[in-house]
Design a protein around this ligand. Structure first.
Ligand SMILES: [Cu+2]
Length: 130
């Protein structure tokens, strides 16, 4: 191998390494962005993808949220409530009354997640992750 060939080979390896790093960084960034809900118009990554408003001991419409999305809960009742997954420990948010708010992270696995209030077992809602 001549000196020129050796140098060319070194440059080629360096270029491949750089390309590999750039591709890796780009793909990891791309995997996080689909988690955001485009319909909400949220400008910030920390903005809630969905909101559940509790009023008169009823959960407002939750709609569908992306996996791992941040869901905000607002409680308009004077009594405290929770948003607790019926099965497992997928999520469990306690929300103080009189306009209190709390956030929880939606499960990363798509599916339908029924939830309830631990204080008022007659309160039920459903969170859809898709
Ligand atoms: Cu309650």
């Amino acid at each position: 191998m001549t000196a020129i060939q050796a140098r060319a080979a070194t440059l080629l390896i360096a270029a491949l390494l750089l390309a590999g790093c750039a591709a890796g960084g780009g793909s990891s960034g791309a995997t996080t962005s689909p988690g955001k809900a485009p319909a909400t118009g949220a400008a910030s990554a920390v903005a809630a993808a969905a909101t559940i408003t509790i009023k008169d001991f009823e959960y407002g419409a939750t709609g569908t949220v992306p996996p791992g999305a941040v869901v905000m809960v607002t409680n308009m009742d004077s009594a405290a409530h929770t948003v607790t997954a019926d099965q497992g420990s997928a999520f469990d948010a306690k929300v103080a009354g009189s306009g209190g708010t709390a956030t929880f992270t939606a499960p990363s696995t798509p599916g339908t997640y029924p939830y309830h209030c631990t204080y008022h077992p007659n309160m039920h809602g459903t969170l859809t992750v898709k």
